[in-house]
Design a protein around this ligand. Sequence first.
Ligand code: SF4
Length: 234
Amino acid sequence: MIIGGFQRFSLIDYPDRICAVVFTQGCNFRCPYCHNPELVRLRRKRSVPNGLKEKEILSFLDRRKGRLDALTVTGGEPLLQSGLGNFLSAVKGLGYLVKLDTNGSFPSGLERIIQSGSIDYIAMDIKTSLDKYEYVIKKGIEKTKILDSIRLIMDSGLDYEFRTTVVPSYDGFERDDFYKIGQLIKDSRLYVLQRFVPSKALDDQFLDMRGCSDEEIDSHKKIMEGFVQRCVVR
Ligand code: SF4
């Protein structure tokens, strides 16, 4: 694995648990509003400054048993990493809850990890409606992979959430897109609307864009409540 960052303590990255967070390096999407731009580029292991190795993180987690509940693995896109499955199994073997964040473009890898029993919670980004996906992520994608990941997650029996970061002045997030997102994840347990915060972005032009107003986010929430069991705003 190529690990681009490690946070030893977080109260917000695993629902209702105290966790540590591993940030993997590299992503196959190029969302211009990405909040972790330093993690997007695929890099060689030795070029990641202060890069940590899996065994150092496992040793840290071993020492913190009883003080931390969980590990969240985010990115970048974690499913790009060879060795992810072994790492997650080792974390699970230490007795931790494990959450995996994904952009949903690697359903085969996701299925293997679900079947291995090494994760407890999945958070998948739903970037926008399917017809605007490539426009929003600035990359080509087989859209069936997004659909396959949604289905896998909903059928997994695990805890999960789907989530969308909303940039109101970018036209990938119009009213109609939320009706279409609702259809994609109809009946799912939890959908999270995340406000874009223009403090960091992959494309500098997005630093001048605003986040959602309360009225805008409430309007999207009302739409999504018609499709999912629970919708929250973060
Ligand atoms: S927002 Fe997520 S999926 Fe998009 S480029 Fe950043 S890390 Fe990748």
